[in-house]
Ligand binder design. Structure first.
Ligand SMILES: Nc1ncnc2c1ncn2[C@@H]1O[C@H](COP(=O)(O)OP(=O)(O)OP(=O)(O)O)[C@@H](O)[C@H]1O
Ligand SMILES: Nc1ccn([C@@H]2O[C@H](COP(=O)(O)O)[C@@H](O)[C@H]2O)c(=O)n1
Length: 231
């Protein structure tokens, strides 16, 4: 059985969306591990295709050049929350997709409709294959990828809180620069035409600004359990 977990009563699909640094990955991984569900980091998939474009010399400022090769890389996501993996054409790219270069280019690549169509199809097939259910996190999961998800969560936090969290990870980068970069990426992701970052009408919004990570995890676990109990 996947993740070595006890089989759960009913497969449950949880969509967690929100802007950068709101805690989607940390929360989703922990919730999936606690509940014996699979976990999918969709941002890692968009980063992986961006890494491939950069590595292969594709002009990131030319959407038609990106569209023409969007189907080429073979992107594979491992969905164990204890050790999620991501490969492109068999190469482990978990490290390279987190560079500043990829982070600064991913919004341009992910705005291309052919890229979104390709990655969305991949995400749906992974979600439907998760026998115990899955926590899928990203920007458009509740609105576009899995509109019939059992539970939709939209995480938010102030730009200051998010920048402080990220600055803790990015040693040597000042908090002002981090805050501006977050705001710029959110603006690009929210304003693209195809499947922008947005809260689904039926999503539960959780403001994490003044919550610790364990508090956010507990809140989401409770929401999943309530949903399963039919409350
Ligand atoms: N409630 C919280 N309080 C304090 N720190 C937090 C909280 N939630 C997450 N963090 C920390 O903030 C950082 C960003 O969290 P995480 O990567 O989970 O966010 P994200 O929403 O997935 O970001 P991105 O969309 O950019 O990938 C991590 O270092 C994480 O440990
Ligand atoms: N469902 C999604 C998820 C992500 N993106 C794009 O990928 C970028 C990186 O996401 P992280 O969560 O790893 O920071 C993000 O800025 C978006 O451009 C997306 O479009 N849709």
């Amino acid at each position: 059985m996947e993740n070595g977990a006890v089989r759960t009563a009913q497969p449950v699909i949880v969509a967690i969306d929100g802007p950068s640094g709101t805690g989607k990955s940390s929360t989703s991984k922990a919730v999936a591990a606690q509940l014996g569900l699979s976990y999918l980091d969709t941002g890692a998939q968009y980063r992986a295709i961006t890494w491939w474009m950069v590595t292969n010399g594709i002009d990131i400022d030319d959407p038609s050049a990106i569209a023409a090769v969007a189907g080429k890389p073979d992107i594979v996501s491992g969905t164990d929350p204890a050790g999620p993996t991501i490969t492109v054409d068999g190469v482990d790219v978990a490290g390279p997709i987190r560079t500043q270069e990829v982070t600064s280019k991913v919004s341009a690549v992910s705005a291309v409709p052919e890229v979104r169509a390709r990655i969305t199809e991949l995400q749906r097939s992974i979600a439907s294959a998760a026998e115990n259910g899955i926590v899928v996190e990203g920007r458009d999961i509740g609105t576009t990828v899995l509109p019939d998800a059992d539970l939709k969560i939209f995480l938010t936090a102030s730009p200051e809180a998010r920048a402080a969290r990220r600055s803790g990870e990015l040693k040597g980068v000042d908090i002002h620069t981090t805050r501006e970069a977050l705001i710029k990426r959110d603006a690009a992701d929210s304003s693209r035409k195809t499947s922008p970052l947005a809260k689904a009408d039926d999503a539960v919004e959780v403001d994490t600004t003044d919550l610790t990570l364990p508090q956010v995890i507990e809140c989401v676990v409770t929401l999943v359990e309530e949903k399963r109990a039919g409350k």
